[in-house]
Design a protein around this ligand. Structure first.
Ligand SMILES: NC(=O)C1=CN([C@@H]2O[C@H](COP(=O)(O)OP(=O)(O)OC[C@H]3O[C@@H](n4cnc5c(N)ncnc54)[C@H](OP(=O)(O)O)[C@@H]3O)[C@@H](O)[C@H]2O)C=CC1
Ligand SMILES: O=C(O)C1=N[C@H](C(=O)O)C[C@H](O)C1
Length: 267
């Protein structure tokens, strides 16, 4: 029988951390070794309700050789700590943390020569398919205007969402350009007519919206709308756990969900 994957969850007290804990509890593929909380968390030392028994929220990372993979949904500071741990212990890392600056993104890319790394701004299957559809539509309709509208709960810290930015990158790439060249993040006042080829972003924050992404491709006399609505964040947690299981034991490299889905569908 194969041994369960030894897992740590970083950001375990957060919304995604809680969703992950709820799933791991009943998933025999994993053995939860650590539930890492922030150094200031009021939950430090409090028990985690898992089938493993005596596990408490902690900010202490496990000793060497105790882990196969870390799943991180914390924030830039938490991810930096997870990355340092994974690099020094050769542990695989799955991260969904968004709102990272370019320097951090480069540090992540560099780390993939030392560890197996899988990052995704969105772990839902629906957004993976939406990204493919957008690539197709953006390439087929190169002159149409594209705006990306996203909506999230009122606790979200980064904007636009990581998913909106990744969708924008995919569309720009499909049109042979980059988001850096084409993104418009704000419109206010007398902005004048739209510059062709730009990709606009609009952000909504409120209530308990789990995550919505609406893509508007606008032509003359017609428009195409592609929409994804997440109604339960366990979809992201499930996707991240699939990724953790798939990544565990792999050689160092920069992996993404497409690689995982492509490998699975070819079986
Ligand atoms: N890729 C995807 O599919 C998804 C990505 N996300 C992204 O995941 C991230 C987390 O989202 P969400 O769960 O909603 O946010 P939360 O704020 O609910 O959770 C983040 C948690 O990380 C904890 N934390 C902060 N610093 C550290 C640290 N140094 N070490 C360990 N834990 C730490 C926080 O603790 P405290 O509150 O005590 O500071 C908090 O409990 C965001 O970047 C979000 O955009 C979210 C959903 C899906
Ligand atoms: O913070 C969230 O909640 C989410 N963040 C991710 C993002 O920034 O795209 C993914 C999802 O939409 C939920």
């Amino acid at each position: 029988m194969t041994q369960p994957v030894r897992l740590a969850i970083n950001g375990a007290t957060g919304r995604m951390g809680q969703a992950l804990l709820a799933l791991v509890k009943d998933d025999a593929r994993f053995s939860l070794v650590a539930a890492i909380a922030s150094p200031d968390s009021s939950k430090l030392g409090r028990p985690v309700d898992t089938c493993e028994g005596a596990l408490s929220f902690t900010h202490e990372w496990p000793a060497a050789d105790a882990l196969d993979v870390v799943v991180d949904f914390s924030g830039p500071a938490g991810l930096a700590e997870a990355l340092t741990y994974c690099e020094s212990h050769g542990v695989a890392l799955v991260t969904g943390t968004t709102g990272l600056d370019a320097t951090f993104a480069q540090r992540l890319s560099a780390s993939s020569s030392r560890i197996a790394l899988l990052r995704a701004a969105n772990f839902s299957l629906g957004v993976a398919v939406l990204t493919r559809l957008l690539r197709q539509a953006a390439a087929a309709l190169p002159d149409w205007d594209l705006d990306i509208i996203e909506a999230h709960h009122n606790r979200k810290e980064d904007a636009p969402s990581g998913t909106a930015l990744a969708l924008g990158e995919a569309a720009a790439d499909a049109r042979g350009t980059s988001l850096r060249e084409s993104a418009v993040y704000a419109r206010e006042g007398r902005v004048g007519p739209r510059t062709q080829g730009t990709i606009g972003f609009a952000v909504v924050r409120g209530g308990d919206i789990v995550g919505e992404h609406e893509l508007l491709l606008m032509g003359q006399g017609e428009r195409l709308e592609l929409v994804h609505r997440a109604t339960d964040r366990s979809i992201f947690a499930r996707g991240a756990l699939e990724a953790a299981h798939w990544l565990s034991g792999r050689e160092a490299g920069d992996y993404d969900l497409d690689a995982m889905l492509a490998e699975r569908s070819s079986r």
